[in-house]
Ligand binder design. Structure first.
Ligand SMILES: Cc1cc2nc3c(=O)[nH]c(=O)nc-3n(C[C@H](O)[C@H](O)[C@H](O)COP(=O)(O)OP(=O)(O)OC[C@H]3O[C@@H](n4cnc5c(N)ncnc54)[C@H](O)[C@@H]3O)c2cc1C
Length: 523
């Protein structure tokens, strides 16, 4: 029980509706009487929702909300993703020479060591030329075969390997909205025109038609304008623009070229002259977009680059331009207001961390809602942990640029020559002399651990040639067996796993959307 008597959420994007479901399920359920939750949002303009990729954590969150996984397939156009394939990030060369994978699964252990240790042992002895992600993980074989991480009979939210989703964000928000409304959340369509402040923070919000909505706690989910936390309470923004120069994005879905075009079970991030383009396959269409730095690329050029990347696939909508504000609020929780989603912090979507940050912050907040009384200690701790969490995410994203050998355009020269955040500089210097081990990451808040860092370092050819620690004592024969073991499981996995399309087809009756074909606009 806390001193929160009622919650008003402003904003109904994915952050707002996820917050409504989560807070109803957690804080609401912890009370004897229902906790009144109201969500106010500017009614959505009926446009095509954007395609988004998620990391695996969404599975646990959806499960905690009591939603069946099939709802994502039927209602949010979802497919499954095994991870991210990065093209052209090392030297700008054509894939597959310059391509590496960041799968969600961690390398499996063998004989007391992670297979990465075995791979390093062999690599440093000149006994393997295989890329790390192929030698050490089963999951990358699923990338190549367009295979589903789930088997036909895998239970909800489970699979032999970890996985995330590609989905329609607007449809996910709608699914969460229906869930929240069915569980008693009040929905007020309308525009918040004014915010009334008192001594304890926000007292009420006033809509443009004069209606006033009061609450004891407010959640700001108004996106990058941050109406409550920044505009009303004056909390400053900590910008990461000095480290992450990409400040704009253009997105445009395309139709599949033919009805049964294989669905890729991975997200693609291809480095471009002034940023990078993404591709992700939903059931009905392929989402594509271009994240770029306006300092080095005009909007027209950015659209042109995206059109080139789409190849012959036909666009299904006009290009949608968005300004990206990377960074986070100096304090995400101020007085009686918490900011989530783009209002609280935003990172370019290179590692699909947008929704994940909302999930993470919701869990942290609920863990720290103090019983009635002074909550300042909890608030300070949440603010500190969130700032640290965003810093960790930032450093992980910055490393993708900083470790590149590309110097071919002004953007890449700027991205690779920029002064690094101090903690990242320290880590990269360390990893020039030794391979990453879990004790290197003294703060480990984000989901990205040493296996994730190792995939990026290995993919960009930045693992040291010495310093493999204990693994140097493993006999090469054992390490050869380890890699042979992984190879065997990869073969099994590629025989047993259905293609992404076949998996979705197996859900026929419940699922499966008609793929959009050239010329047909989605609604
Ligand atoms: C180009 C791009 C690609 C992305 N890709 C990914 C991805 O692959 N994976 C991922 O996890 N995340 C991704 N993200 C992040 C993700 O889209 C969002 O940032 C995140 O989901 C949070 O959105 P939001 O709900 O905070 O904000 P928004 O979706 O902007 O929602 C803001 C809400 O506030 C409401 N509002 C605004 N003003 C008022 C007002 N005055 N009164 C009432 N209501 C108001 C609006 O109606 C709206 O409902 C991407 C973001 C961008 C820009």
């Amino acid at each position: 029980m806390s001193d929160i008597q009622s919650i008003v959420i402003v904003g109904g994007g994915t952050a707002g509706w996820l917050a409504a479901c989560y807070l109803q399920r957690t804080l609401g359920a912890a009370r004897h009487a229902p906790l009144p939750i109201t969500l106010v949002e500017l009614p959505a303009v009926g446009t095509l929702g954007t395609e988004e990729a998620t990391v695996p954590t969404l599975r646990g969150t959806m499960q905690a909300l009591g939603l069946p996984e099939t709802a994502l397939f039927t209602d949010a156009d979802a497919t499954l993703t095994n991870g991210i394939r990065f093209n052209g990030w090392r030297c700008g060369g054509p894939a597959p020479d310059d391509s590496y994978d960041h799968p969600f699964d961690v390398p499996m252990p063998f004989h007391g060591f992670a297979t990465t240790a075995h791979w390093l042992n062999l690599r440093q002895r000149g006994l393997t030329q295989q890329p790390m992600a192929q030698a050490c993980t089963v999951q990358t074989t699923l990338f190549d075969g367009h295979l589903s991480p789930k088997l036909m009979d895998s239970p909800d939210y489970q699979a032999p390997v970890s996985y995330g989703y590609h989905l329609d964000a607007a449809k996910l928000a709608m699914l969460l909205q229906q869930t929240a409304l069915a569980r008693g959340v009040r929905h007020v369509p309308g525009r918040v025109a004014r915010v009334q402040r008192g001594e304890a923070g926000i007292e009420s919000v006033e809509l443009s038609d004069g209606r006033r909505i009061e609450g004891s706690f407010f959640v700001d989910c108004t996106g990058s304008q941050s109406l409550l936390l920044q505009q009303a309470l004056g909390v400053p923004w900590v910008s990461y623009a000095g480290w992450l120069p990409c400040d704009r994005a253009v997105s445009m879905p395309v139709a599949y070229a033919r009805e049964h075009e294989p669905l890729r079970s991975f997200t693609t991030a291809t480095a471009q002259a002034a940023g990078w383009t993404w591709e992700m396959d939903l059931q009905s269409r392929r989402g594509t977009g271009h994240v770029y730095a306006s300092r080095f690329c005009s909007d027209d050029e950015a659209v042109h680059v995206l059109r080139q990347a789409q190849g012959t696939h036909r666009p299904l909508a006009e290009p949608r331009l968005q300004v990206l504000r990377v960074g986070h609020a100096a304090r995400v929780w101020e007085q009686n207001c918490l900011a989530l989603g783009a209002a609280g912090g935003f990172m370019e979507p290179l590692e699909s961390t947008g929704l994940y940050a909302v999930e993470w912050m919701l869990k942290l907040f609920v863990d720290h809602v103090a019983p009635a009384g002074d909550s300042s200690g909890c608030r300070a701790r949440v603010n500190r942990l969130c700032a640290d969490h965003f810093e960790e995410l930032r450093d992980f994203i910055v490393a993708h640029y900083a470790l590149s050998q590309r110097r071919d355009t002004p953007f890449w020269r700027a991205a690779t020559e920029a002064v690094l955040p101090p903690r990242l500089a320290e880590l990269l210097a360390l990893w020039d002399t030794k391979v990453p081990t879990p004790t290197d990451l003294d703060r480990r808040l984000s989901m990205f651990g040493t296996p994730d860092w190792t995939f990026i370092l290995a993919g960009l050819h930045r693992l040291p040639s010495r310093g493999i620690g204990l693994s140097g004592h493993i006999s090469p024969e054992i390490s050869l067996k380890a890699l042979a073991h992984v190879k065997g499981i990869r073969q099994q996995a590629s025989q047993q796993s259905p293609t992404m399309r076949d998996y979705l087809r197996s859900l026929q009756g419940t699922v499966v959307r008609e793929p959009a074909r050239a010329g047909r606009l989605m609604n």
